[in-house]
Design a protein around this ligand. Structure first.
Ligand SMILES: [Zn+2]
Ligand SMILES: [Zn+2]
Length: 263
């Protein structure tokens, strides 16, 4: 959510410190095979993830036009409290470093390394808080190419059947069986916004970005509604860079025209 470097430049590196490499190789071997959950050699705990859950609840009030904010959501990680403690130590808690636009959400001081199937890794991916019922990694397609992960486009929270990865923290390693996605572009809306735009949770809209030399209309922008949510679009770094969002002169939400034959 708009906090990380916006370059979208993928910094991949092969793991170097021998200790970490040994642990990761171990974990990856398990990842490709065969084995049940267990403790890694050296006492570093490993845990597999389980399934998704997310909810929202729209409720119409008076229609009012709120300012439209379009933010780039740089690659980031959501963690369960259990995974926080494995990665950062028993009793570990996320340390809020910077509040995000949506109330109650923050970028944490903590980062993790995300390791893909070919031992390629993103060394320092920001953790966003608060903790969640399921861990999830949100990357741009560019990141996926670097890591060798074929990213599915999903609404945040919908991680069933998605690729896994290995997370490496200062205290331990977590092997995720699933949870790596490219978050579907979306717009967060409160009840007022739903009414103003005449849409409901789960609808798709278009986002038009006017930008010198690269004006772009992004379709398939998913509406994600919730009480107390502020109007905000989230794009990833690839999308933001493609339309030079930082220099955009105008952004607008467009409701797709229903086909006249109603199909
Ligand atoms: Zn996220
Ligand atoms: Zn979002």
């Amino acid at each position: 959510m708009g906090t990380e470097d916006r370059s979208g430049v993928t910094v991949t590196a092969t793991l170097n410190p021998a200790d970490v490499e040994r642990v990761v190789r171990d974990v990856l071997n398990r990842h490709l095979g065969v084995r049940p959950v267990g403790d890694a050699p050296g006492g570093i705990p490993i845990l597999r993830s389980n399934a998704p859950a997310e909810s929202s609840a729209p409720a119409p009030v008076a229609a009012k036009r709120n300012p439209l904010l379009v933010n780039i959501s740089a690659r980031h990680v959501h963690l369960t409290q259990e995974h926080v403690e494995i990665l950062f130590g028993p009793g570990g808690k996320l340390t809020p470093e910077k509040n995000l636009y949506q109330d109650g959400y923050y970028a944490a001081k903590e980062t993790v390394a995300v390791v893909g199937p070919r031992r390629r890794m993103l060394p320092s991916v920001r953790v966003l808080g608060p903790t969640r019922p399921d861990s999830q990694i949100e990357l741009a397609f560019t990141d996926g190419i670097s890591l060798g992960i074929d990213l599915p486009v999903r609404i945040s929270g919908d991680v069933k059947g998605t690729p896994g990865c290995v997370l490496v923290g200062p205290h331990g390693v977590v092997e995720l069986k699933q949870g790596v996605i490219r978050a579907m572009r979306h717009v967060h809306m409160g009840p007022e916004d739903l009414e103003y735009y005449g849409v409901k949770d789960g609808d798709h809209m278009h986002l038009r970005i006017e930008s010198e030399g690269c004006t772009t209309v992004l379709e398939d922008l998913a509406v994600r509604a919730g009480k107390g949510i502020k109007l905000e679009v989230h794009l990833d770094t690839d999308e933001g860079n493609a339309c030079n969002l930082e220099k955009a002169s105008k952004v607008e939400l467009v409701k797709p025209e229903m086909c006249k034959c109603q199909h």
